[in-house]
Write a protein that binds this ligand. Structure first.
Ligand SMILES: Cc1ncc(COP(=O)(O)O)c(C=O)c1O
Length: 478
């Protein structure tokens, strides 16, 4: 639940961000706002202080509060142009370091793509966990209660698969629960899928830049990555992919179709149809990573490319790690024609998921509150995006470029000329600010002048502190 003063801030903030209240216009007086919302004067004053912190309004002596001038946002980065040849992947140490740093509470965390985890849904998950634990003391006597000591063998908990099948209808995907395999997060879903459709030495076409967990999965399976140019808004270039398929023996293609990591791109529906057809015709399996789709800022989540699959050529992978909690390790794959193979690989890879988290998650989804949770989460991330883009306009050098994602919680930023992202990473770490350097997102040492930041997790105060410091460090490194 939002605190009352936060509700005040959102009430006015929404009017500003939607354009209803324009720069320079007077905001309701504290007294008017208090009577309109039925709140106390002191609550409204706290709400207005929060709006000032978010740089949405300013106070003018003797006159009241006014909408602050919003700065023009920096341009988006150009479509990428990676070196297009299959490359063996060799990375990992830095990625592991970033994840270890993400547990250090004194560091401002902008590096790892972890969600904010203090929404009310987490308290609900904790209550369900206690409930399931209490029931377990009776589980040995009552046959109808699922037992946490049982194996949850593939394809995994039936109630959970039923709920996932229902949710997939929103993505335009209609599948039977028995066509879904529960996995340890999206990462295992992706690895099982890659394993099912390739053999060591094969070439996999990927978006560039790309999520480093995917690049490392490719590395550990002995595959080669072929990076394809990608646009920050519309995703992978269809022309470049089509040319690459003619030139190289590509076995599989991996696409984060909706709000990719790190670009935040979302492939338009007509391109999704073309991609599904192009890859099917070329005999190239398509692995779809749909992990961020439910974090949309639009009214409905975008469709999965799987919704256009006629022949079972698409393996749809996702999880609750970004929307609910990464610690649950609940993911899934709809493997299409590779269902049997993926189930077998799941058995060989990890045997089963932990039964307790599948029971907790199934019960949480059955409670019917997930949609409400998603609404809160999307609103929060959208507000944070707007706030951080304003901070960037104010504090970073003017020749940076930055993405404007319509979902998720990460930004991809091109640094000023001459600034190396590893130098910036190291300098920022000495000031307890963690960012993800761009070199992590490519196998061909591209993007050394890019960084990725997570704007979802930290407080507005910490985000401002980080923006001021990163801006200063960039100027020192220029
Ligand atoms: C695009 C993308 N896919 C997959 C994953 C892995 O997700 P999970 O934690 O569910 O394994 C991540 C995590 O950062 C991600 O960003």
């Amino acid at each position: 639940m939002l605190k009352r003063y936060e509700q005040v801030a959102d009430y006015i903030g929404d009017q500003i961000l939607s354009g209803l209240l324009k720069a320079g216009e007077r905001v309701l007086s504290v007294r008017q706002c208090a009577s309109e919302l039925g709140m106390s004067i002191s609550t409204v004053i706290r709400g207005y202080e929060l709006l000032q912190d978010r740089m949405l309004i300013e106070s003018r002596p003797q006159s009241g509060f006014y909408v602050r001038q919003q700065l023009n946002l920096p341009q988006k980065p150009e479509t990428t142009s990676p070196e297009q040849r299959p490359v063996e992947v060799n990375m990992g140490k830095l990625a592991v370091q970033i994840l270890q740093d993400s547990r250090d509470r004194k560091i401002i965390q902008l590096a790892a793509a972890l969600p904010k985890i203090d929404f009310p849904a987490i308290a609900q998950l904790n209550r369900i966990t206690a409930q399931v634990a209490r029931e377990q003391s009776r589980a040995n006597q009552i046959i109808s209660i699922d037992n946490v000591a049982d194996y949850e063998s593939p394809p995994g908990n039936k109630a959970l698969r039923r709920k996932i099948a229902q949710r997939l209808l929103n993505a335009g995907v209609s599948v039977h629960p028995d066509e879904i395999v529960i996995t340890l997060g999206c990462q295992e879903a992706l690895v099982l899928s890659l394993n099912a459709v390739t053999k060591p030495g094969d070439t996999v076409a990927v978006e560039s830049p790309n999520y480093y967990g995917m690049l490392q999965a490719i590395e550990t399976l002995g595959l080669k990555a072929l990076e394809i140019p990608t646009d920050a808004e519309t995703g992978i270039s269809l022309n470049a992919l089509s040319l690459a398929l003619r030139e190289w023996p590509v076995t599989a293609c991996v696409l984060a179709t909706n709000y990719s990591n790190p670009l935040g791109s979302c492939i338009p529906d007509d391109c999704k149809i073309k991609l599904a057809n192009m890859l099917e015709k070329a005999g190239v399996a398509l692995i779809e990573d749909d992990i961020n789709a439910e974090l949309t800022y639009e009214s409905h989540r975008p469709k999965a490319i799987k919704s256009y699959d006629q022949t079972g050529n698409i393996l749809l992978c996702s999880s609750l790690s970004k929307t609910l909690s990464p610690g649950l390790r609940i993911g899934w794959v709809v493997p299409g024609r590779w269902l049997e193979k993926v189930q077998h690989l799941k058995l060989c890879n990890s045997g089963a998921n932990a039964t307790i988290t599948t029971l907790i998650t199934a019960r949480y989804l059955e409670s019917g509150t997930y949609e409400r949770h998603l609404k809160q989460v999307r609103k929060h991330y959208k507000q944070q995006r707007d706030y951080v883009l304003q901070l960037i306009s104010r504090h970073f050098p003017s020749d940076i470029r930055v993405t404007h994602p319509q979902g998720g919680f990460i930004l991809w930023i091109r640094l000023p000329k001459g600034v190396d992202s590893m130098d910036l990473y190291e300098r920022a770490m000495t000031e307890n600010i963690a960012i993800a350097p761009g070199c992590l997102f490519s196998v061909t040492q591209q993007y050394t002048n890019f960084i990725r930041i997570n704007y979802g997790q930290e407080s507005p105060q910490n985000l401002e502190k980080a923006a001021i410091l990163l801006g200063r460090l960039m100027r020192e490194l220029m």
